[in-house]
Design a protein around this ligand. Sequence first.
Ligand SMILES: NC(=O)c1ccc[n+]([C@@H]2O[C@H](COP(=O)([O-])OP(=O)(O)OC[C@H]3O[C@@H](n4cnc5c(N)ncnc54)[C@H](O)[C@@H]3O)[C@@H](O)[C@H]2O)c1
Length: 273
Amino acid sequence: MKVFNGKTAVVTGAASGMGRAVTLKLLSFGAHVVATDVNAEGLKALAAGHTGTGKLTTQQLDVTNRTAFTALIQDIAAKGSLDYLFNNAGIAITGELKDNVESDWQRTIDINQMGVLYGTLAAYEVMRAQGNGHIVNTASIAGLMPAPMLALYAMTKHAVVGLSLSLREEAKVYGVRVSAVCPGIVETNIVGVDQMQKLKLGNDSPFDFIRSKTPVRPIPPEQAAEAILAGVAKNLPEIIFPLHGKLAVSTFHNARRIWELAVAPGLKVMRGQ
Ligand SMILES: NC(=O)c1ccc[n+]([C@@H]2O[C@H](COP(=O)([O-])OP(=O)(O)OC[C@H]3O[C@@H](n4cnc5c(N)ncnc54)[C@H](O)[C@@H]3O)[C@@H](O)[C@H]2O)c1
């Protein structure tokens, strides 16, 4: 995609999963990517595997640190222009809401919601001054429909969709674009074995569980990255993928009873019933 050639992009949560895949794809398109993550070792591994034509800079960043996030964005803007910010970093804490503890609430809000807000505010300031730029906030299909057993996650992802689509309209007059990325199920490291045990699903990978118990087929992060960048290039408001994600959201909004019936068996399994 030529549109990314020579452009500068910041990616958060770039050491793993979709952030890593988006970074590598942007590099293959000739972009300069400032890849950030709280996981410094993961960033080192990313740099070691970089063979694309673009330029890679890595920088450790915890998105919950507003001062550090703002300084990073301002530093990049001072050296040139900031064309894209991918607010991708996120976590998922599973379980029934009644069993989630205060540290679960706080961590989920701090990373998934406040982290995205901090990045958005910092990038919006420099992009307004530039008169262009694109803020790409990763939500989820859980930002467009409920996600039982992931209620905290769904709360923050609805917030990200609300923030992104509202700002999209406000930002048009300044030449700034805003999109919300809403993936379905992507095979990454976001749900570990600890979370599976909490859901009483044993030691299986969550993706093996999904494949064996449902018709949903999780997609690899590389396929997700292609969908994300194609959506960004088209400046879509919501970038919803793959087909199972689109179907789930559409069923929830247009055929609620069918959605409820489809969700019920999975819920029973996750409760160990
Ligand atoms: N995997 C899915 O099925 C799925 C579906 C919908 C949305 N998403 C969203 O996609 C985004 C990427 O997730 P993924 O699936 O690639 O997960 P992942 O766990 O593979 O990658 C997430 C990255 O975020 C980083 N991170 C976590 N906390 C951070 C912090 N405080 N500061 C900076 N970096 C931090 C992690 O170190 C990790 O490298 C998340 O926002 C997630 O909610 C994932």
